[in-house]
Design a protein around this ligand. Structure first.
Ligand SMILES: Nc1nc2c(c(=O)[nH]1)N[C@H]1C(S)=C(S)[C@@H](COP(=O)(O)OP(=O)(O)OC[C@H]3O[C@@H](n4cnc5c(=O)[nH]c(N)nc54)[C@H](O)[C@@H]3O)O[C@H]1N2
Ligand SMILES: Nc1nc2c(c(=O)[nH]1)N[C@H]1C(S)=C(S)[C@@H](COP(=O)(O)OP(=O)(O)OC[C@H]3O[C@@H](n4cnc5c(=O)[nH]c(N)nc54)[C@H](O)[C@@H]3O)O[C@H]1N2
Ligand code: SF4
Ligand SMILES: [Mo]
Length: 724
């Protein structure tokens, strides 16, 4: 007998509705849920790989610990003791901050990890807190923090109603959208054009998204802040500023005029590699459109001027009257309103030891984790807890972090793979897989272009030995607090309470309360209509609460209910941008690339996704290849300040001359990992080239794009080892 479980795919931000068809304990089919209000049946090839993940013999199903002769299975009780004792021992000798925590991206797709991650952080009590946020979108969060009063209040393109979409440094056709939950991107882009609108893409690569656009312009990697400043300059100079309903609540407009005055289209043109008249025409088309939205992602964020670029994009949307308007950049109003629960965000309460970078939302730059471990002195990191992260492959100079992890006194990993990072752990606590737990998305509803919450039942019951992330986090938090005695004992009991009633049940209770108390809830009055857990569970494909609605200034998190369009800190950072114009980087600049059949670093072990050609290849323009005597398919060495990798070359006109591209998430050939399929598709890690020395200064975000590199024909010695 076949049964069908409706839920969402948790592999990327699109959150597609899926129907998982199960016979006995086997998945027989995964198909798109046509009744899902957001995805309407859309799926990408990765959905089927949920089966690979579920069945993967390499996926850890019980805790293991390192011994002198290899990994050994241990009981959960022993694993928790090892983890807690290791953390406490390090802290007794070296202080609280000697234990660092790193949280990875999949946390956001995991209700228990989202809700109880902070419980572990609080119990460890460290200021050395890192996450994939500073390898990703921290610049946008910081711009939002300064402009609107909260780093969680982020604008989202109203893609389904816009008449003009300007995409800078994003490839949503492949990534399926980021900070914009909108599955089925090709159809959504086609729909814009179908209703007479325009799609314009700015990217050093003629990307899969660019192929579906009306217009594409190559841009020199890392120079987008200059381009957007040039666009704003044109808008201001040509008297196109229209603040509409926000006119009365914007502070600092005169400063904007001053700040962009020198960034005329003509002055920035050579630096960005786009002609002055083209820049002006991009600005005019944007301003003339009935509605328009500028959307920037990784290519605007993981660069030297990430915060500036993300701020300027908000400013462009605001000045053209497109903020908080249908078809512009809007703010979702999800049923569990995380912003309302955590209205203000903070920055600068402490600074990082090695660089003096201010914390933001309690986090320090992930790019500096290796040096925090390697630099002796008070506060040196000597132990690490990772939760759903693989920083050896995902952070800059990952090979240096790889070496640093070997020197730790203790490492605890909460992860179900023994991979490039977790192989350094002393003990690994593996949670159940995504299909073995219930789920409710609280993160991506903050970015959904249409408000459509859904409850996800588990497809399979948790195995008897299995524990979900929430349970593991609560157990660790509770044990740590208990060992500290005093008030810690009270906290320990608090964190143990959900374990007593059952973590899944506790999570359900929390979700129900949050839904009832939220903007679409019934305010705890059962007789009133409104979203409750029960109603959500009954509507198996989710509840459609409609498109985004305008709501400013009332919904602004800032107490003043005003928008700071020119925060002092970003305005001050413009000096750095001006300075960069004096000495533009020469030579080839390396950028990243995502592929439809990958999920960051952890999908290469899934057989259905690694079939076909090698995808870990360097894309290079024919002119640049010829200058280096490189033929298609030849192996080249790519060298940066921090490292060298050897990869096959693909010569393609999709690259801008002067820019080369490598995907991230590869580099699996390291000894000690247990990823049998990935080992056959090892590739090289682009993060053995990216350089942690430079950060986006205000946010501390990593610079993963625009890395100066040398590319040469690889030479091998007689033994086949790389000689150059
Ligand atoms: N050069 C370069 N580097 C990049 C990027 C880039 O574009 N270029 N992108 C950056 C971005 S945007 C991101 S978000 C980061 C991602 O960086 P990370 O989050 O550090 O790395 P992931 O590859 O997502 O690794 C996820 C880990 O979580 C584990 N995992 C998966 N699901 C679960 C779960 O439910 N529970 C637990 N406990 N573990 C789980 C997997 O086994 C894997 O080990 O990489 C960044 N690094
Ligand atoms: N298939 C797949 N989907 C994913 C992921 C995955 O690994 N695989 N990862 C998920 C994650 S964690 C994230 S954060 C999102 C990211 O989502 P996106 O940001 O949409 O994805 P990227 O492919 O990183 O797109 C960045 C684009 O910026 C361009 N670019 C690079 N440097 C510059 C620059 O200096 N200026 C400009 N203008 N453009 C530049 C690149 O060529 C690329 O086309 O994707 C998510 N979805
Ligand atoms: S786009 Fe693909 S990976 Fe992303 S949620 Fe949808 S099916 Fe899953
Ligand atoms: Mo990300």
């Amino acid at each position: 007998m076949e049964r069908v479980v409706h839920r969402t795919c948790t592999l990327c931000e699109a959150c597609c509705g899926i129907e998982v068809h199960v016979a006995g304990d086997r998945i027989v089919r995964i198909q798109g849920d046509e009744r899902d209000p957001l995805s309407k049946g859309y799926l990408c090839p990765k959905a089927w790989a949920l089966k690979d993940l579920h069945e993967d013999p390499d996926r850890l199903r019980y805790p293991i610990r390192r011994t002198s002769t290899g990994w050994e299975r241990v009981s959960w009780r022993a694993a928790f003791s090892l983890a807690v004792n290791g953390i406490l021992r390090t802290q007794r000798h070296h202080g609280r901050d000697a234990v660092a925590i790193y949280r990875g991206e999949p946390v956001t797709h995991n209700l228990g990890a989202v809700l109880f991650g902070d419980a572990l952080l609080g119990a460890v009590g460290t200021r050395n807190h890192f996450s994939a946020n500073t390898l990703d979108q921290m610049p946008k969060q910081l711009a939002s923090h300064w402009m609107y009063g909260s780093g969680f209040f982020m604008s989202v393109p109203d893609i389904d109603r816009t008449a003009h979409l300007l995409i800078i440094g994003a490839n949503p056709v492949v990534s399926n959208g980021s900070l914009m939950t909108a599955p089925g991107m090709p159809d959504r882009l086609r729909a814009i054009r179908g209703r007479g609108g325009r799609v314009v893409v700015i990217d050093p690569r003629h990307s899969e998204t660019a192929r579906l656009a009306d217009e594409h312009h190559f841009i020199r990697p890392g120079s987008d802040a200059l381009l957007v400043a040039g666009l704003i300059n044109t808008i201001v100079a040509e008297g196109r500023v229209r603040l509409r309903h926000l006119g009365g609540v914007v502070d600092g407009l005169e400063t904007i005029h001053e700040v962009v005055a020198t960034f005329t289209a003509a002055t920035v043109a050579d630096h960005v590699g786009i002609g002055a008249e083209t820049i002006r025409s991009i600005a005019r088309a944007f301003s003339d459109a009935p509605s328009a939205v500028c959307y920037g992602r990784m290519g605007t964020s993981t660069v030297r001027f990430g915060t500036l670029t993300n701020w300027l994009i908000e400013v462009l949307n605001l000045l053209t009257g497109n903020l908080d308007r249908a078809g512009g950049a809007m703010f979702p109003n999800p049923p569990v309103d995380v912003v309302a629960l955590q209205p203000s965000t903070q920055r600068g309460r402490w600074r990082s030891r090695t660089r003096g970078t201010p914390e933001f939302i309690g986090e320090l730059p992930a790019a500096t984790l290796a040096e925090e471990i390697g630099t002796p002195g008070p506060g040196q990191v000597r132990a690490l807890v990772t939760l759903a992260g693989n920083p050896v492959l995902s952070s800059p100079a990952g090979h240096e972090l790889d070496r640093a992890l070997r020197t730790l006194e203790c490492m605890v990993a909460i992860d179900f793979y023994l991979n490039e990072t977790t192989r350094h752990a002393d003990v690994i606590l593996p949670p159940v897989g995504p299909l073995e737990r219930e789920h409710f998305d609280v993160v991506f509803q903050l970015f959904a272009v249409r408000n459509a919450p859904r409850w996800c039942p588990a497809v399979f019951p948790s195995p008897p030995e299995g524990r979900c992330d929430g349970e593991i986090l609560l157990e660790l938090a509770s044990r740590l607090h208990w060992s500290r005695g005093g008030l810690g004992r009270v906290r320990a009991v608090g964190f143990r309470a959900p374990l007593w009633i059952g973590t899944e049940r506790a999570l359900r209770l929390v979700v129900d309360l949050a839904l009832r108390a939220g903007p679409h809830g019934n305010g705890m009055r059962p007789w009133r209509a409104g979203v409750t857990l029960k109603r959500l569970q009954e509507a198996v494909s989710g509840i459609d609460l409609g498109p985004m609605q305008p709501g400013l200034p009332a919904r602004l998190p800032a107490k003043s209910k005003r928008i700071a369009i020119a925060p002092d800190e970003v305005v001050a950072d413009m000096a750095r941008l001006r300075e960069s114009m004096r000495a533009p980087a020469a030579g080839l600049l390396l950028i990243g690339r995502r592929e439809l059949r990958t999920v960051n670093s952890w999908s290469h072990n899934w057989p259905s996704l690694v079939t076909g050609k090698n995808r870990c290849e360097l894309h290079i323009h024919p002119v640049d290849a010829e200058a280096r005597g490189l033929e298609d398919g030849a192996v080249a060495t790519v060298a940066s300040r921090v490292g060298t990798v050897a990869v096959p070359v693909r010569i393609t006109c999709t690259m801008m001359p002067g820019a080369v591209s490598l995907p991230h998430g590869y580099g699996h050939g390291r000894e000690g990992a247990r990823l049998n399929v990935a080992a056959d598709h090892a590739g090289a890690s682009v993060n053995d080239l990216t350089d942690p020395a430079e950060l986006d200064v205000p946010s501390g975000n990593a610079v993963l794009s625009g890395i100066p590199v040398r590319v040469e024909h690889a030479l091998f010695d007689d033994k086949g080892a790389l000689a150059r």
